[in-house]
Write a protein that binds this ligand. Structure first.
Ligand SMILES: Nc1ncnc2c1ncn2[C@@H]1O[C@H](COP(=O)(O)OP(=O)(O)O)[C@@H](O)[C@H]1O
Ligand SMILES: [Mg+2]
Length: 348
């Protein structure tokens, strides 16, 4: 059986604002990650992806607070560890994190080699400075980063190169779990491809044992993820393999997300682009029942009335959806909607 690198159960975390309001951005999240696999997490901006990443790292500093749940890294619940132990024995070594827009947060007055030495002095004090730099040279070479990067200042590097450097730094200690938060979102298409190829190489060569790849661009996950979860308003609403979720989504939100994505010109001719109406609910005060109901074209009164909260239902084979309609009911609804759109197109 494959080794599980990360097991998260019923994680709830929230921000406490200055007005003492609670923003529940991670609301009862459970997930499992296996060695050799990449889990993609997708959803609109503000749904809680970055908060989930911070929460998984045990970074609970005001205004972010832990409420309940467990985060097991290699069988140890990191929430039970003293912070010092978490910092020295887990962060960066067992579980590492590339924050969203990390490349813009590098101190511009330091050379890249200083960041390398910082990481290695903390975790590999047994090495001499020269050994540390050699280790970095080897790693950079392996990841096709030119050696000159080590002596450069961040602002001397292009966006793509800076992001690749940040990724190399975060994987310096060969973590068991790497959480990459929108690692390619701010880049041009060519740099995006290079960054994704680099992350895949790190997985293939087992520098990194497993990965969570966070993005607001669901189709991108096709090139990198094995499994996908879709997040909406602090909850997971669908889980499945990358193929299933992208090409055959079940939950109305995933379905709407795929329909709202702009595709290349050629494909555009046969695709009707449908923006998702409205906006996600305010996480300070989420409505009862289905959180997507107000924007869902299939919603009925009972979606909001029958349940305090809609459960995540297992359809078998690791496929989950958080909707009161069964899979067959939803498929029927999608088929009807597609037929209607098709006939409307005939009149256009
Ligand atoms: N420091 C903060 N204080 C209060 N609320 C926050 C803070 N950071 C993020 N939020 C809120 O938490 C929710 C989730 O944000 P975030 O995790 O950044 O979403 P995503 O990464 O999916 O765009 C949003 O409603 C956002 O406004
Ligand atoms: Mg984010």
């Amino acid at each position: 059986m494959a080794t599980k690198t990360l097991i998260v159960k019923n994680l709830k975390t929230y921000y406490k604002t200055r007005l003492k309001e609670k923003v529940c951005a991670v609301d009862d999240i459970s997930l499992e990650l296996e060695e050799g696999r990449v889990l993609g997490i997708a959803g609109e901006s503000g749904c809680g992806k970055s908060t989930l990443a911070l929460s998984l790292m045990g970074f609970y500093f005001p205004p972010l607070n832990f409420k309940s749940g467990t985060i097991e890294v290699e069988g140890v619940d990191i929430m039970k560890l003293p912070y010092e132990k978490l910092r020295t024995d887990y962060l960066g070594t067992k579980i590492a994190y590339i924050p969203q827009a990390a490349m813009n947060a590098l101190n511009p007055t330091l050379r890249i080699s200083s960041f390398v030495l910082d990481v290695l002095r903390e975790h590999r004090p047994d090495l001499t400075k020269e050994q540390m730099l050699n280790l970095a040279r080897e790693k950079f070479e392996f990841l096709h980063l030119p050696e000159r990067v080590l002596s450069a200042y961040p602002n001397e590097l292009s966006g793509g190169m800076k992001q690749r450097t940040v990724i190399a730094l975060s994987s310096m200690l060969n973590p068991k779990v790497l959480i990459a938060d929108e690692p390619s979102s701010a880049l041009d298409v060519t740099s995006q491809k290079i960054v994704i190829a680099m992350l895949k190489k790190m997985m293939d060569d087992q520098f990194v044992k497993s990965m969570i790849f966070i993005t607001h661009e669901l189709p991108l996950l096709r090139h990198v993820a094995d499994d996908i979860v879709i997040m909406y308003a602090g909850e997971f609403v669908e889980k499945g393999t990358a193929e299933e979720v992208i090409f055959d989504p079940i939950h109305p939100y995933s379905h709407a997300l795929m329909a709202s994505i702009i595709v290349p010109e050629e494909e555009m001719k046969s695709k009707k682009l449908c923006a998702i109406p409205g906006a996600p609910p305010n996480l300070k005060n989420v409505p009862p029942g289905c959180r997507f109901a107000d924007r869902c074209s299939f919603a009925e009164e009972r979606c909001k009335k029958e349940f305090e909260r809609i459960p995540l239902i297992h359809f078998g084979n690791g496929r989950y959806s958080r909707c009161i309609f069964s899979e067959s009911e939803l498929r029927e609804k999608y088929a009807k909607k597609a037929a209607k759109q098709h006939s409307e197109n005939d009149y256009e």
